[in-house]
Design a protein around this ligand. Structure first.
Ligand code: SF4
Ligand code: SF4
Length: 251
């Protein structure tokens, strides 16, 4: 199985699917979608063009990617440049937020990249489809069951790549494990057993927040598979509710 970094590298190394020429009105719509997000003003306060963010960025070390360039494109409202960056460069960011911790203006280039990614998905850009395609199995699992992390999953054995820092996370978890008595949160064995009611609530969240609509724009087949799973679970839940009513009537 390839790591995320390998997949991103593979994607970046590939020739990018040629995009059709984009009308200026579409470039404006894309920028407006980025700029109108409630996080935009919080994450972009100006830019000195100092390059500190790029100097500390691990992705800039390995890829043709610079957070300084991304911030400058947004700050100067360079619509064509923003669109070009969304075809490839924004997918190189590792979302580590080292840049946000160092920027003298309090900008968050990593956060701005996340906004641009979300807008790339919303607009069904080919770059978003190409990057997310290898993760369709992960998305299937996450969207259909959610992602539950039980305290006993966070151990040095499970996260060998965290190195010695795992002890900082592991130590308070020993206290947390004792403080969280619910059996469903306690162990790896039970954490993936999502009950029907929780699943239905999760699906409502996906629908109300627009996650499913976004998925449909980038992977219609996956959207269909997940929709079928959701329909089945909703029917199972309705049946379960009816059984409960029947039991109550019998009592
Ligand atoms: S969040 Fe992205 S842009 Fe910022 S330092 Fe990390 S990899 Fe670089
Ligand atoms: S975003 Fe911040 S750190 Fe990066 S170039 Fe602009 S002012 Fe400097």
């Amino acid at each position: 199985m390839h790591s995320t970094a390998t997949r991103v590298q593979a994607f970046i190394g590939d020739p990018i699917s040629a995009e059709p020429p984009v009308e200026h009105a579409e470039l404006e719509r894309i920028f407006k979608d980025i700029q109108s997000d409630i996080r935009f003003d919080h994450e972009l306060n100006g830019c000195l063009n100092c390059g500190i963010c790029t100097a500390t960025c691990p992705a800039a070390h390995y890829y043709d990617f610079s957070p300084r360039e991304i911030v400058q494109l947004l700050w100067t409202e360079n619509l064509e440049g923003i669109y070009d960056a969304m075809q490839e460069k924004i997918w190189a960011c590792a979302q580590c937020y080292t840049c946000a911790a160092r920027c003298p203006f309090g900008n968050s280039p990593g956060g701005l990249v996340m906004l641009m990614r979300e807008v790339a998905i919303k607009h069904g850009m080919q770059s978003a489809k190409d990057v997310l395609r290898p993760f369709s199995r992960v998305m299937l699992k996450l969207i259909s069951t959610g992602n539950q992390l039980s305290p006993d999953m966070i151990t040095p054995d499970h996260f060998a790549d965290w190195g010695p820092n795992i002890s900082k996370v592991d130590a308070p978890l020993k206290v947390l494990r004792k403080a969280i008595p619910m059996p469903t949160l306690n162990t790896t064995e039970t954490a993936w057993e999502v009950n029907l009611k929780t699943s239905i609530e999760l699906y409502t969240i996906w629908e109300m927040t627009g996650v499913l609509a976004q998925l449909e724009t980038i992977d219609e087949n996956l959207f269909d598979v997940i929709s079928d799973i959701m329909d089945e679970k909703r029917e199972d839940y309705e049946d379960w509710l009816e059984d409960q009513d029947d039991d109550e009537d019998d009592d």
